[in-house]
Design a protein around this ligand. Sequence first.
Ligand code: ADP
Ligand code: GLC
Length: 471
Amino acid sequence: MQIVHVSAECYPVAKVGGLGDVVGSLPRFLNELGHDASVVMPMYRSSYLYNHDWEVVHKASSNLGHWWFDYTVIKEKSNAQGFELFLIDINGLLDREKVYGYEDDVERFCAFQIAFANWVCSWKKLPHVIHVHDHHAGLIPFIMQHTHAFKRLESVPSVLTIHNAQYQGSFGWDKTTYLPHWDSWKRGMLEWLGAINPLASAIKCAWKVTTVSNNYLGELKHMSNGLESLFEYEKGKCSGIINGIDYKVWDPSSDPYLNDHYSPLSFSEGKSKNKALLCNEFGLDPRKPLFVFIGRLVGEKGADLLPQSIHDSFQHIGRKMNFLVLGSGETEVESGLSLLKNYAKQDYNVYIGYNEKLSHLMYAGADFLLMPSRVEPCGLNQLYAMKYGTIPVVRETGGLKDTVKDMGEHGGYGITFIHPSVGDITHAIYRATELYHQKETFNNNRKKIMELDFSWTRSANDYVNLYQSFY
Ligand code: ADP
Ligand code: GLC
């Protein structure tokens, strides 16, 4: 089957979070199953663009309301990622350094989606499935189903995968002219709570909707930033498919970002070397257990709870552990974490920013990974951590609940807690610190998590079954 993925992110071209990892790996696994999956994304000004060779496959013009624009579709020549990768260039609009965060993001992603539909409409043979990811591509199912200009796409099945329903991309009706003409009585297919809501529209218009874990799908009916009742109405077409991870990128025995490689047979020495390197770089004491946090510093990830939890751990448990935080996000959280350095004595440090290489070293060198998320649709960090023998300490929510079993349960291998609160986090840190000193249990557990299988194999098959249900 020919499946076209449309997304704002795709690793290694452009990644802000897990969406990039998923779109950068799932298509390759679909291809390994004998399908023809490709990715279409905006052409940002990324280093990947300059380091690869491209060919122009299409040039045309289209319009965003009264504004006409030219667009060009380019294709990476060597299929370096294991799938065909297409970038849409709209001069002045998409060719920016960052993926998101511009004042004209609505215009940027609307124009991208219109250009995409315009291009696909020109194909001789239409794809079997168009698979859109999150709200940045969320208007595509509506455009395909209900706009006059793109009627040819009406019969192509569309799938929406929701990686994060917190962000919905809503904008006012004053921008309705951006969309190609549609019959005004179909307004309801765009609207949610008085605005044009691309995520809600995609939930209504896509043929099937998936979320990145089963547990998260259940949670959305109670807590989805205003879309609760919509998930209840549309539950018949929704399903949860857990993300896999790409062991070609995430494997401590071959990771090009690491100097010291290791496997489940040599993890103890391998992890110690990576830990020593990390502790040396950040002025930490390698004899103490090392807890790390990697991620966006936002409330959704529970990052605002970190400074107090770290402070309270030192106060109640003693200065028996190290913490290292990597991330960027909300200013108050960033400054709370930076200020905590004044209180730290070789047992806490923070790196504010995005650093792919450092993240790999942290997964490898840490003893524990903290994820006190309030919302976590799937979560990839805990899966990477486990492959690198780092024990996840996570809140029982979303995909974290589906992938991490507490050690207290039969067959468990992680440390979990229920509430996103300083008390629960501090208690989990206490449990982890105790575990660190029970060397045999600690080591057996590290080996066990490294051997768990979170590869794409099963989930890629689940997507194929979903696509095949249309035919
Ligand atoms: P989300 O997509 O919600 O941010 P995920 O757990 O799915 O969360 O994925 C986060 C991805 O982004 C992981 O690959 C993680 O290593 C990476 N990441 C997040 N913040 C940073 C950072 N500051 N530097 C490097 N990598 C980061
Ligand atoms: C989102 C979610 C995260 C998930 C990722 C990939 O960004 O917040 O939990 O792992 O998408 O699906």
